[in-house]
Write a protein that binds this ligand. Structure first.
Ligand SMILES: NC(=O)c1ccc[n+]([C@@H]2O[C@H](COP(=O)([O-])OP(=O)(O)OC[C@H]3O[C@@H](n4cnc5c(N)ncnc54)[C@H](O)[C@@H]3O)[C@@H](O)[C@H]2O)c1
Length: 348
């Protein structure tokens, strides 16, 4: 392999441009191609002086590509992912791995069978604050986890809904936003075994939900509540509180994710750790301290990990199988809300 890893970005929309920006700032790789049929993408590639392809298959066949970042709409992930696997090109597939579970299983199996590394872009796992909380929970700092409480409460501007699919089933906050919370919960707290959920479209009155209340049971026996809405004027959502993309979102570092255990409690993203120094009890003083961590650009960290994966120096932190399980648990929320009954995430 050449000294620099040549990366093709397929789909140069919102997140594709973010990846392209990170590639430009990493000396270990270079942008070898942009593939995207839109005229905006053609003009963007020309401005960057980067080889441009309308058809992504021509970029994959160019012979000048070592790895691929796929940032196309969800319904294309299976087709584009399979084409990368067929060309034996390792890939970073944006989340969700696919738009349904059969497609997710097919893609995960194809990559595994061919021995092609696929990292799925659940980027929060690369956040140092998430790493610090994972270490603390795994290290027993809060004892046995009893309950997690997660808020994903925001307001999306009216212009967001001008695109028809965002007003229709599948285009709402469950499949767009909750999937990030589900992945984070699985990563920090373990598998989800049962899901109860209620959704509502009370405010926007679109066909798709605008809000949801979910109660999840984890394999450890712990419970989790997730409150979700894209119609609330609140700061309590990861994009606003974690500061991962301050060009796109306002930044207010208040806690949104609460993890309570028998011996202590933790919050994200502010990394507060609460515990008793002596006797436990609500009549006793409870103290807070903060876990330490060095903040870093999470998309840059994800790219560095992907380059290690491409070189064969690391296994994907989230592979196709893992990402399919996150999708299965998210789809179980849809099912539970539809049937008003508890749902079990499908086996992957
Ligand atoms: N990790 C994250 O936080 C995050 C954030 C945003 C989006 N995403 C994911 O990234 C993907 C893209 O989302 P987006 O918001 O950037 O969408 P977008 O609509 O802004 O961009 C998608 C781009 O893909 C192009 N495209 C469509 N079909 C194509 C094809 N067959 N070949 C090549 N290009 C094609 C479009 O022309 C467009 O430029 C989605 O899967 C989304 O879920 C992830």
């Amino acid at each position: 392999m050449a000294e620099r890893i040549n990366i093709a970005v397929i789909g140069a929309g919102v997140i594709g441009k973010r990846h392209i920006d990170e590639i430009a700032h990493n000396d270990a790789c270079r942008l070898a191609a942009i593939a995207d049929p839109s005229p905006e993408a053609a003009a963007y590639a020309e401005a960057l002086n980067v080889p441009y392809y309308r058809d992504y298959r021509e970029a994959l066949a160019s012979g000048d590509v070592h790895a691929v970042i796929v940032c196309t709409p969800n319904h294309t992930h299976l087709e584009v992912g399979l084409a990368c696997v067929a060309r034996k090109l390792p890939l970073l597939m944006e989340k969700p791995i696919a738009d349904d579970l059969d497609a997710a299983r097919t893609l995960a199996a194809a990559a595994a069978t061919a021995g092609i590394a696929m990292l799925v872009g659940h980027h929060r796992r690369h956040n140092p604050a998430v790493r610090a909380v994972k270490d603390a929970i795994d290290g027993g700092r809060i004892g046995k986890l009893v309950l997690a409480n997660i808020m994903c409460l925001m307001v999306k501007p009216d212009a967001y809904f001008e695109v028809p699919w965002r007003r229709q089933p599948g285009g709402g906050p469950v499949l767009i936003n909750l999937i990030h919370e589900i992945d984070l919960l699985r990563h920090l707290c373990g598998e989800i075994v049962s899901v109860q959920a209620v959704t509502s479209n009370e405010v926007r009155r679109h066909e798709v939900e605008d809000s949801a209340a979910c109660t999840l049971t984890l394999a450890s026996g712990a419970l989790a509540n997730v409150s979700l809405s894209d119609t609330t004027s609140a700061p309590w959502n990861w994009d606003t509180t974690a500061g991962e993309d301050r060009a796109l979102f306002d930044y207010r570092p208040v806690p949104t994710h609460f993890f309570a255990g028998t011996d202590g409690a933790l919050t994200l993203p502010d990394l507060a750790l609460w515990s008793y120094r002596g006797k436990k009890g609500r009549d006793q003083p409870i103290h807070d301290t903060h876990l330490s961590c060095v903040a870093e650009n999470v998309y840059a960290a994800q790219l560095r990990h992907f380059l290690d994966v491409v070189k064969g120096d690391a296994r994907p932190m989230i592979d196709g199988h893992d990402a399919a399980r996150t999708l299965a648990a998210t789809l179980a929320v849809v099912e539970a809300a539809r049937t008003s009954r508890p749902a079990t995430p499908s086996l992957v």
